[in-house]
Design a protein around this ligand. Structure first.
Ligand SMILES: [Zn+2]
Ligand SMILES: [Zn+2]
Length: 255
């Protein structure tokens, strides 16, 4: 029984904001590919997830691109509410090396509980640059961006419709290779011009997305100081054959 309105091949942006935006929730995306993945789970995300997936069994896996609060600190609340709502199914958590210890630590800090207290099992899959993971018919591969902590951009290969999500950080040769041939690229675009080299800039992202053949480019994680101008600025750098859009929180896109 389907207990949510997402169909396989649909992505929903729960949030599209940066870490400290007062209007937009953190960047987090539900990806329904048969199995339902949650990509990133920042501190503002849990209520949005509970509204989108009221059934505590509906989520299959969480992928954390990196260990910053706006991408990971919602996880303890999500796990705790699964417990309260009677989840029984295994939950898979995917992240780079050390994700298991990190998740245990934030769960303990938040609510003083450990894995043994939860009535459902949690399984960890370790992502690494250049590694491929297979999960219920979906292939996930990873590459490292430029960010202060290890951030692994992720590519999903599903039914011949590859797409990718950058997480945070400016593009690298490795992430560009990962994104090559993706129809849809969801990329952080924190800034217009580069003033923080550990975040991506609008012209840099558009240039890179065009070079890897993306047909659709979704700009997310825009700085709260820049996002109102980003649409107009993007027009200046537009490329033929590539649609650039700024998804709204709650927006659904189809692969
Ligand atoms: Zn972030
Ligand atoms: Zn970050």
């Amino acid at each position: 029984m389907r207990t949510h309105d997402l169909r396989p091949g649909q992505l929903r942006f729960l949030g599209t904001g940066e870490a400290f935006d007062h209007e937009f929730p953190n960047t987090s995306i539900l990806c329904c590919l048969g199995p339902v993945f949650l990509v990133d789970c920042g501190h503002t995300i849990p209520p949005l997830l509970w509204r989108a997936l009221p059934d505590p069994e509906a989520l299959d896996a969480v992928y954390l691109t990196h260990r910053h609060g706006d991408h990971a600190f919602g996880l303890p609340s999500v796990l705790y509410r699964f417990w309260e709502d009677g989840r029984k199914r295994l939950l898979t958590i995917i992240g780079s090396r050390g994700i298991d210890a990190y998740a245990a630590k934030i769960l303990k800090l938040a609510y003083r509980v450990g894995w043994e207290d939860l009535p459902f099992k949690v399984k960890f899959l370790i992502a690494a640059p250049g590694k491929t993971l297979k999960y219920q018919g979906v292939r996930l591969s990873f590459a490292k961006s430029r960010h202060p902590v290890t951030n692994l951009a992720v590519r999903f290969d599903w039914q011949g419709k590859p797409f990718a999500i950058s997480g945070d950080g400016s593009p690298t040769a490795a992430t560009a290779r990962l994104f090559h041939g993706c129809d849809l690229l969801v990329h952080e675009t924190f800034q217009d011009e580069v003033f923080q080299p550990v975040h991506a800039s609008l012209p840099g992202v558009i240039e890179m997305a065009h070079s890897v053949g993306a047909k659709r480019l979704a700009l997310i994680h825009l700085s709260r100081r820049f996002r109102s101008q980003a649409g107009n600025r993007a027009k200046k750098y537009a490329k033929p054959g590539m649609r650039i859009f700024i998804p709204r929180p709650g927006q659904t896109v189809t692969l």
